[in-house]
Design a protein around this ligand. Structure first.
Ligand code: TYD
Length: 221
């Protein structure tokens, strides 16, 4: 599962806090890339495979209050290992463009920083579960804490699924998540593109597109 083995495709991830608009932006980007002729595969974490969907249900079920932070960490990586093996690597090897709604940066931000498990343990598991697979480019949709909490609240009011287990954290948790994301982006400026997620979806989509085409000259659009 070395990086050289899968060099043919391109692996892009979307990251950010709850309510940052990743899912919408990823969908808009996928449509645009398909119109430009790319073979695009979309995936999501946790989830992305049938097994991943089952793990996702355990993780987000708000009645599972007793899940301890280490079990939570391992479950996110279990879903990811399955997704890599079953969807991401085969698609990259076939030369496809893979878009993932969240990946290891989420675990660094939410479990490493949010749950205070630390970066080291997340990196160790990344070695085991991802075997060196890193995104070629990561779009971080940055929004402030107030916007994130307000959007999450609004979503929980309008969607029948109600709040997930991960929505039940306090403001300090989300503050640590946001700071961790920003630190990761500062540390790896060549991989991260940071886009302000607060505007109208169409404007954010334009900003994502501009950043992407500037960063990835190999994209022919
Ligand atoms: P989801 O409903 O998909 O939220 P979002 O649309 O914001 O991605 O739920 C995913 C939740 O799981 C979200 O709160 C972030 C969290 N998460 C982690 O804590 N660690 C991880 O490694 C991943 C992938 C997600």
């Amino acid at each position: 599962m070395s990086t050289t083995e899968r060099r043919r495709g391109l692996f892009l991830t979307f990251e950010g806090m709850d309510g940052c608009g990743k899912t919408t932006q990823m969908r808009l980007l996928a449509e645009r890339l398909r119109r430009a002729g790319y073979d695009v595969v979309e995936t999501v974490e946790p989830g992305g495979t049938a097994v991943g969907q089952q793990i996702r249900r355990i993780l987000l079920d708000s009645t599972n209050r007793e899940i301890c932070p280490t079990a939570e960490l391992l479950l996110y990586f279990a879903s990811r290992a399955q997704n890599i093996e079953q969807v991401i690597l085969p698609s990259l090897r076939a030369g496809k463009l893979v878009l993932s709604d969240r990946f290891t940066d989420s675990t660094l931000a939410y479990q490493g920083a949010g749950r205070r498990l630390g970066e080291e343990v997340v990196r160790q598991l990344e070695q085991i579960a991802c075997g060196g697979l890193k995104p070629d480019l990561t779009v971080l949709l940055d929004i402030d804490l107030e916007t994130s909490l307000a959007r999450a609240r609004a979503r929980n009011l309008t969607e029948p699924r109600a709040g997930t287990r991960m929505d039940e954290q306090g403001a300090e948790f989300y503050q640590r998540v946001r700071e961790a994301y920003r630190r990761l982006a500062e540390r790896e400026p060549e991989r991260f593109v940071v886009v302000d997620g607060r505007g109208e979806p169409e404007d954010v989509a334009e900003a994502v597109w501009a950043a992407l085409t500037a960063r990835l000259p190999e994209l022919h659009v």
